[in-house]
Design a protein around this ligand. Sequence first.
Ligand code: 5GP
Ligand code: MN
Length: 337
Amino acid sequence: MKEKDIQKTKSAIQNADNIVITCHKGPDGDAVGSTMALYLYLKKKDKNIQVIVPNNFPDFLKWIPKTDTILIYDENIEEANTHIESADLIFSLDYNALHRTGMMQDALKNATANFIMIDHHQQPDDYAIVTYSDTSICSTCQMVYHFIDYLEDINLIDTDIAQCIYTGIMTDTGSFRFRSTTSTTHRVIANLIDTGIDNAKIHQNVYDSNSYNRLQLLGLSLTNLKVIPELNTAYITLSAKELQKFNAQKGDTEGVVNYALSLKGIKLAVIFKEDANENLIKMSFRSKGNFSVNEFARTHFNGGGHTNAAGAVSDLSFQDTITKFISILPTYKNELK
Ligand code: 5GP
Ligand code: MN
Protein backbone atom coordinates (compact mmCIF):
# COMPACT_ATOMS: atom_id res chain seq x y z
CA MET A 1 0.00 0.00 0.00
CA LYS A 2 1.12 3.53 -0.72
CA GLU A 3 1.85 5.77 2.29
CA LYS A 4 -0.91 8.16 1.24
CA ASP A 5 -3.43 5.27 1.14
CA ILE A 6 -2.30 4.02 4.56
CA GLN A 7 -2.95 7.45 6.07
CA LYS A 8 -6.31 7.72 4.28
CA THR A 9 -7.28 4.26 5.56
CA LYS A 10 -6.25 5.06 9.13
CA SER A 11 -8.39 8.19 9.25
CA ALA A 12 -11.33 6.54 7.45
CA ILE A 13 -11.38 3.81 10.10
CA GLN A 14 -10.90 6.28 12.92
CA ASN A 15 -13.76 8.49 11.71
CA ALA A 16 -16.17 5.66 10.97
CA ASP A 17 -18.85 4.66 13.45
CA ASN A 18 -20.56 2.02 11.34
CA ILE A 19 -18.49 -0.27 9.19
CA VAL A 20 -19.79 -2.91 6.81
CA ILE A 21 -17.56 -5.63 5.39
CA THR A 22 -18.65 -7.41 2.19
CA CYS A 23 -17.39 -10.12 -0.14
CA HIS A 24 -18.40 -11.65 -3.49
CA LYS A 25 -21.35 -13.87 -4.24
CA GLY A 26 -20.67 -17.55 -3.59
CA PRO A 27 -18.28 -16.87 -0.71
CA ASP A 28 -15.29 -19.21 -0.64
CA GLY A 29 -12.53 -19.79 1.93
CA ASP A 30 -10.69 -16.62 0.97
CA ALA A 31 -13.84 -14.48 1.03
CA VAL A 32 -15.08 -15.75 4.39
CA GLY A 33 -11.57 -15.91 5.87
CA SER A 34 -10.67 -12.36 4.86
CA THR A 35 -13.96 -10.79 5.96
CA MET A 36 -13.83 -12.49 9.34
CA ALA A 37 -10.13 -11.63 9.85
CA LEU A 38 -10.86 -7.97 9.15
CA TYR A 39 -13.99 -8.11 11.33
CA LEU A 40 -12.07 -9.54 14.29
CA TYR A 41 -9.28 -7.01 13.82
CA LEU A 42 -11.60 -3.97 13.61
CA LYS A 43 -13.61 -5.27 16.59
CA LYS A 44 -10.47 -4.67 18.63
CA LYS A 45 -10.84 -1.01 17.71
CA ASP A 46 -14.33 -0.90 19.24
CA LYS A 47 -16.19 -0.22 16.02
CA ASN A 48 -19.75 -1.16 15.06
CA ILE A 49 -19.15 -3.72 12.38
CA GLN A 50 -21.40 -5.94 10.33
CA VAL A 51 -20.21 -8.54 7.85
CA ILE A 52 -22.70 -9.02 5.02
CA VAL A 53 -22.24 -11.73 2.40
CA PRO A 54 -24.46 -11.89 -0.72
CA ASN A 55 -25.59 -15.49 -0.18
CA ASN A 56 -24.89 -18.47 2.02
CA PHE A 57 -21.49 -20.20 2.15
CA PRO A 58 -20.44 -23.85 2.49
CA ASP A 59 -20.78 -25.70 5.79
CA PHE A 60 -17.06 -26.55 5.75
CA LEU A 61 -16.35 -22.86 6.46
CA LYS A 62 -18.81 -22.52 9.32
CA TRP A 63 -16.25 -23.40 12.03
CA ILE A 64 -14.40 -20.14 11.23
CA PRO A 65 -14.57 -17.87 14.31
CA LYS A 66 -17.62 -15.60 14.55
CA THR A 67 -19.20 -16.69 11.26
CA ASP A 68 -22.46 -16.96 13.25
CA THR A 69 -22.55 -13.13 13.27
CA ILE A 70 -22.56 -12.90 9.44
CA LEU A 71 -25.66 -11.47 7.80
CA ILE A 72 -26.64 -13.31 4.62
CA TYR A 73 -28.02 -10.72 2.23
CA ASP A 74 -30.50 -12.78 0.21
CA GLU A 75 -32.02 -14.15 3.43
CA ASN A 76 -32.18 -10.81 5.33
CA ILE A 77 -32.54 -8.13 2.67
CA GLU A 78 -34.21 -5.43 4.76
CA GLU A 79 -31.90 -5.72 7.73
CA ALA A 80 -28.85 -5.84 5.46
CA ASN A 81 -30.01 -2.78 3.50
CA THR A 82 -30.39 -0.84 6.76
CA HIS A 83 -26.78 -1.64 7.66
CA ILE A 84 -25.56 -0.66 4.20
CA GLU A 85 -27.51 2.62 4.21
CA SER A 86 -26.26 3.66 7.64
CA ALA A 87 -22.64 2.62 7.05
CA ASP A 88 -20.00 5.29 6.72
CA LEU A 89 -17.30 2.88 5.59
CA ILE A 90 -17.73 -0.26 3.47
CA PHE A 91 -14.98 -2.76 2.74
CA SER A 92 -14.96 -4.70 -0.54
CA LEU A 93 -13.01 -7.87 0.10
CA ASP A 94 -12.01 -10.44 -2.51
CA TYR A 95 -13.90 -8.79 -5.36
CA ASN A 96 -13.03 -6.06 -7.83
CA ALA A 97 -16.42 -4.83 -9.13
CA LEU A 98 -19.74 -4.28 -7.37
CA HIS A 99 -21.62 -6.56 -9.79
CA ARG A 100 -19.68 -9.47 -8.25
CA THR A 101 -21.95 -9.14 -5.20
CA GLY A 102 -25.01 -10.23 -7.20
CA MET A 103 -28.30 -8.93 -5.84
CA MET A 104 -26.49 -6.86 -3.21
CA GLN A 105 -24.97 -4.58 -5.88
CA ASP A 106 -27.84 -2.06 -6.07
CA ALA A 107 -27.75 -1.40 -2.34
CA LEU A 108 -23.97 -0.95 -2.52
CA LYS A 109 -24.20 1.37 -5.54
CA ASN A 110 -26.71 3.56 -3.65
CA ALA A 111 -24.67 3.62 -0.45
CA THR A 112 -23.33 6.97 0.74
CA ALA A 113 -20.39 5.33 2.52
CA ASN A 114 -16.80 5.47 1.36
CA PHE A 115 -15.39 2.18 0.09
CA ILE A 116 -12.04 0.56 0.72
CA MET A 117 -11.16 -2.36 -1.54
CA ILE A 118 -8.74 -5.12 -0.61
CA ASP A 119 -8.53 -7.55 -3.51
CA HIS A 120 -6.26 -9.59 -5.76
CA HIS A 121 -8.36 -9.92 -8.95
CA GLN A 122 -7.31 -8.37 -12.24
CA GLN A 123 -8.66 -5.04 -13.53
CA PRO A 124 -10.36 -3.59 -10.44
CA ASP A 125 -13.16 -1.05 -10.90
CA ASP A 126 -12.48 2.45 -9.63
CA TYR A 127 -15.08 3.22 -6.93
CA ALA A 128 -13.15 3.10 -3.66
CA ILE A 129 -11.32 5.91 -1.84
CA VAL A 130 -8.53 3.37 -1.30
CA THR A 131 -7.99 0.51 -3.73
CA TYR A 132 -5.47 -1.91 -2.27
CA SER A 133 -5.21 -4.21 -5.27
CA ASP A 134 -2.36 -6.61 -5.94
CA THR A 135 -2.85 -9.38 -8.48
CA SER A 136 0.49 -10.94 -7.58
CA ILE A 137 -0.67 -11.89 -4.09
CA CYS A 138 -2.21 -15.36 -3.78
CA SER A 139 -5.21 -14.43 -1.67
CA THR A 140 -7.13 -11.57 -0.15
CA CYS A 141 -6.38 -13.19 3.20
CA GLN A 142 -2.65 -12.65 2.73
CA MET A 143 -3.46 -9.04 1.77
CA VAL A 144 -5.44 -8.58 5.00
CA TYR A 145 -2.34 -9.75 6.87
CA HIS A 146 -0.25 -7.10 5.06
CA PHE A 147 -3.06 -4.55 5.57
CA ILE A 148 -2.98 -5.04 9.34
CA ASP A 149 0.81 -4.80 9.16
CA TYR A 150 0.62 -1.52 7.17
CA LEU A 151 -1.63 -0.14 9.90
CA GLU A 152 1.11 -1.09 12.39
CA ASP A 153 -1.10 -3.53 14.24
CA ILE A 154 0.59 -6.85 13.48
CA ASN A 155 0.68 -7.59 17.23
CA LEU A 156 -3.14 -7.59 17.23
CA ILE A 157 -3.20 -10.80 15.15
CA ASP A 158 -4.38 -13.39 17.65
CA THR A 159 -5.20 -17.07 17.10
CA ASP A 160 -8.74 -16.35 15.87
CA ILE A 161 -7.56 -13.85 13.26
CA ALA A 162 -4.68 -16.16 12.35
CA GLN A 163 -7.09 -19.07 11.72
CA CYS A 164 -9.19 -16.91 9.39
CA ILE A 165 -6.17 -15.73 7.39
CA TYR A 166 -4.64 -19.22 7.26
CA THR A 167 -7.87 -20.62 5.81
CA GLY A 168 -8.04 -18.23 2.85
CA ILE A 169 -4.36 -18.58 2.00
CA MET A 170 -4.70 -22.37 2.14
CA THR A 171 -7.82 -22.55 -0.05
CA ASP A 172 -6.75 -19.95 -2.64
CA THR A 173 -3.31 -21.53 -3.12
CA GLY A 174 -4.62 -25.10 -3.43
CA SER A 175 -2.86 -25.86 -0.13
CA PHE A 176 0.28 -23.89 -0.99
CA ARG A 177 0.90 -25.43 -4.41
CA PHE A 178 -0.08 -22.79 -6.99
CA ARG A 179 2.56 -20.46 -8.45
CA SER A 180 1.06 -17.59 -6.47
CA THR A 181 2.50 -19.22 -3.32
CA THR A 182 5.65 -17.17 -2.69
CA SER A 183 8.31 -17.19 -0.02
CA THR A 184 6.43 -14.26 1.52
CA THR A 185 3.30 -16.43 1.66
CA HIS A 186 5.26 -19.08 3.56
CA ARG A 187 6.68 -16.42 5.90
CA VAL A 188 3.19 -15.13 6.62
CA ILE A 189 1.99 -18.71 7.24
CA ALA A 190 4.95 -19.30 9.59
CA ASN A 191 4.00 -16.19 11.58
CA LEU A 192 0.38 -17.34 11.73
CA ILE A 193 1.41 -20.77 13.05
CA ASP A 194 3.59 -19.02 15.62
CA THR A 195 0.46 -17.43 17.12
CA GLY A 196 -0.40 -20.96 18.29
CA ILE A 197 -2.99 -22.12 15.75
CA ASP A 198 -3.52 -25.79 14.99
CA ASN A 199 -2.86 -25.75 11.24
CA ALA A 200 -3.50 -29.46 10.71
CA LYS A 201 -6.94 -28.99 12.24
CA ILE A 202 -7.75 -26.25 9.71
CA HIS A 203 -6.94 -28.61 6.84
CA GLN A 204 -9.15 -31.25 8.46
CA ASN A 205 -12.04 -28.85 9.04
CA VAL A 206 -12.04 -27.73 5.42
CA TYR A 207 -11.04 -30.85 3.49
CA ASP A 208 -12.05 -33.82 5.64
CA SER A 209 -15.69 -32.99 6.05
CA ASN A 210 -17.08 -34.68 2.94
CA SER A 211 -20.53 -36.19 2.91
CA TYR A 212 -21.07 -39.56 1.20
CA ASN A 213 -23.16 -37.76 -1.43
CA ARG A 214 -20.34 -35.34 -2.18
CA LEU A 215 -17.93 -38.18 -2.91
CA GLN A 216 -20.53 -39.92 -5.07
CA LEU A 217 -20.99 -36.65 -6.98
CA LEU A 218 -17.22 -36.48 -7.46
CA GLY A 219 -17.41 -40.01 -8.88
CA LEU A 220 -20.05 -38.91 -11.38
CA SER A 221 -18.02 -35.78 -12.27
CA LEU A 222 -15.05 -37.98 -13.15
CA THR A 223 -17.29 -40.25 -15.20
CA ASN A 224 -18.57 -37.20 -17.10
CA LEU A 225 -15.05 -35.91 -17.79
CA LYS A 226 -14.41 -35.30 -21.50
CA VAL A 227 -11.06 -34.62 -23.16
CA ILE A 228 -10.26 -32.74 -26.37
CA PRO A 229 -6.70 -34.00 -26.77
CA GLU A 230 -5.71 -31.88 -29.80
CA LEU A 231 -6.50 -28.72 -27.78
CA ASN A 232 -5.15 -29.99 -24.44
CA THR A 233 -8.53 -29.25 -22.92
CA ALA A 234 -10.68 -31.26 -20.49
CA TYR A 235 -14.12 -30.44 -19.20
CA ILE A 236 -16.68 -31.77 -16.75
CA THR A 237 -20.43 -31.30 -16.97
CA LEU A 238 -23.00 -31.57 -14.18
CA SER A 239 -26.63 -31.11 -15.11
CA ALA A 240 -29.23 -29.89 -12.64
CA LYS A 241 -30.71 -33.39 -12.56
CA GLU A 242 -27.33 -34.92 -11.69
CA LEU A 243 -26.70 -32.32 -8.97
CA GLN A 244 -30.15 -33.00 -7.54
CA LYS A 245 -29.60 -36.75 -7.58
CA PHE A 246 -26.78 -36.34 -5.05
CA ASN A 247 -28.54 -33.55 -3.15
CA ALA A 248 -25.60 -31.24 -3.96
CA GLN A 249 -24.97 -28.63 -1.29
CA LYS A 250 -23.11 -25.34 -1.52
CA GLY A 251 -19.41 -26.03 -1.97
CA ASP A 252 -19.88 -29.69 -2.99
CA THR A 253 -18.39 -29.05 -6.44
CA GLU A 254 -15.56 -26.84 -5.21
CA GLY A 255 -12.22 -28.16 -6.45
CA VAL A 256 -13.77 -30.71 -8.84
CA VAL A 257 -12.46 -28.80 -11.89
CA ASN A 258 -8.91 -29.40 -10.63
CA TYR A 259 -9.28 -33.11 -11.40
CA ALA A 260 -9.73 -32.20 -15.07
CA LEU A 261 -6.62 -30.00 -14.87
CA SER A 262 -4.65 -32.82 -13.25
CA LEU A 263 -4.73 -34.90 -16.44
CA LYS A 264 -1.27 -35.08 -17.93
CA GLY A 265 -0.70 -32.41 -20.60
CA ILE A 266 -4.00 -30.59 -20.01
CA LYS A 267 -3.66 -26.79 -20.18
CA LEU A 268 -7.32 -25.76 -19.94
CA ALA A 269 -9.98 -27.29 -17.70
CA VAL A 270 -13.60 -26.29 -17.25
CA ILE A 271 -16.59 -27.40 -15.22
CA PHE A 272 -20.12 -26.55 -16.36
CA LYS A 273 -22.82 -26.68 -13.69
CA GLU A 274 -26.49 -26.21 -14.40
CA ASP A 275 -28.16 -24.16 -11.66
CA ALA A 276 -31.88 -24.88 -11.86
CA ASN A 277 -32.81 -22.38 -9.13
CA GLU A 278 -31.13 -19.42 -10.74
CA ASN A 279 -31.75 -20.66 -14.26
CA LEU A 280 -28.16 -20.21 -15.37
CA ILE A 281 -24.99 -22.13 -16.05
CA LYS A 282 -22.01 -21.59 -13.75
CA MET A 283 -18.59 -22.14 -15.26
CA SER A 284 -15.22 -22.48 -13.57
CA PHE A 285 -12.10 -22.21 -15.71
CA ARG A 286 -8.61 -23.33 -14.72
CA SER A 287 -5.39 -23.26 -16.74
CA LYS A 288 -1.71 -24.06 -16.56
CA GLY A 289 1.01 -21.71 -17.81
CA ASN A 290 0.34 -18.57 -19.83
CA PHE A 291 -3.16 -19.32 -21.08
CA SER A 292 -5.26 -16.62 -19.41
CA VAL A 293 -8.67 -17.90 -18.39
CA ASN A 294 -9.37 -14.38 -17.08
CA GLU A 295 -9.17 -13.08 -20.66
CA PHE A 296 -11.04 -16.10 -22.01
CA ALA A 297 -13.89 -15.78 -19.50
CA ARG A 298 -14.10 -12.00 -19.98
CA THR A 299 -14.09 -12.14 -23.77
CA HIS A 300 -16.61 -14.91 -24.31
CA PHE A 301 -18.72 -15.20 -21.15
CA ASN A 302 -18.56 -11.78 -19.46
CA GLY A 303 -16.72 -13.36 -16.52
CA GLY A 304 -13.26 -12.91 -15.06
CA GLY A 305 -10.86 -13.78 -12.26
CA HIS A 306 -7.16 -14.54 -12.45
CA THR A 307 -4.79 -15.78 -15.17
CA ASN A 308 -5.09 -19.41 -14.06
CA ALA A 309 -8.49 -19.44 -12.30
CA ALA A 310 -11.61 -17.66 -13.46
CA GLY A 311 -15.35 -18.02 -13.55
CA ALA A 312 -18.42 -16.88 -15.42
CA VAL A 313 -22.13 -17.50 -15.78
CA SER A 314 -24.07 -18.14 -18.97
CA ASP A 315 -27.77 -17.66 -19.58
CA LEU A 316 -27.77 -19.90 -22.62
CA SER A 317 -29.10 -23.42 -22.11
CA PHE A 318 -26.78 -26.04 -20.62
CA GLN A 319 -26.17 -27.69 -23.99
CA ASP A 320 -25.79 -24.37 -25.86
CA THR A 321 -23.23 -23.16 -23.32
CA ILE A 322 -21.12 -26.28 -23.81
CA THR A 323 -21.52 -26.07 -27.61
CA LYS A 324 -20.48 -22.40 -27.58
CA PHE A 325 -17.39 -23.26 -25.55
CA ILE A 326 -16.39 -26.09 -27.87
CA SER A 327 -16.90 -23.95 -30.97
CA ILE A 328 -14.72 -21.10 -29.64
CA LEU A 329 -11.81 -23.33 -28.62
CA PRO A 330 -10.16 -23.94 -32.03
CA THR A 331 -9.36 -20.19 -32.30
CA TYR A 332 -6.99 -20.80 -29.36
CA LYS A 333 -5.24 -23.72 -31.08
CA ASN A 334 -1.81 -22.06 -30.91
CA GLU A 335 -2.09 -20.90 -27.28
CA LEU A 336 -3.26 -24.33 -26.15
CA LYS A 337 -0.57 -26.31 -27.98
P1 5GP B 1 -14.40 -20.24 -9.09
O1 5GP B 1 -14.25 -20.90 -10.40
O2 5GP B 1 -13.66 -20.95 -8.01
O3 5GP B 1 -15.83 -19.92 -8.75
O4 5GP B 1 -13.70 -18.83 -9.23
C1 5GP B 1 -12.41 -18.69 -9.73
C2 5GP B 1 -12.04 -17.22 -9.74
O5 5GP B 1 -12.83 -16.52 -10.69
C3 5GP B 1 -12.29 -16.55 -8.41
O6 5GP B 1 -11.22 -15.68 -8.18
C4 5GP B 1 -13.59 -15.81 -8.59
O7 5GP B 1 -13.64 -14.66 -7.83
C5 5GP B 1 -13.62 -15.50 -10.09
N1 5GP B 1 -14.99 -15.65 -10.60
C6 5GP B 1 -15.82 -16.70 -10.41
N2 5GP B 1 -16.99 -16.52 -11.03
C7 5GP B 1 -16.94 -15.31 -11.63
C8 5GP B 1 -17.87 -14.54 -12.41
O8 5GP B 1 -19.00 -14.96 -12.70
N3 5GP B 1 -17.43 -13.33 -12.85
C9 5GP B 1 -16.18 -12.85 -12.56
N4 5GP B 1 -15.85 -11.64 -13.02
N5 5GP B 1 -15.30 -13.54 -11.81
C10 5GP B 1 -15.65 -14.76 -11.35
MN1 MN C 1 -9.52 -14.84 -3.43
